[in-house]
Ligand binder design. Sequence first.
Ligand SMILES: [Zn+2]
Length: 76
Amino acid sequence: MAINYVCRHCRTLIGRIEAANVSETQLGFHFLTPDERRDIITYDSSGDTTVRMTCDYCREALSNHPELTLLNSPLQ
Ligand SMILES: [Zn+2]
């Protein structure tokens, strides 16, 4: 099992953890609401887990252009 951290905006691979026995608690997934989990975490057919985050580049772009975040928010 591996966990891939991918930027949700530009799809850059941020990091990868190779872990045989890492639990969701160790990864901090238990802090997420069910909706957040559905949005952030995906499991592919090979058993890998993909976690969608925001990379440093996109985080900076979003902080310089906060209006961009509205495009992805269902509340707006
Ligand atoms: Zn990015």
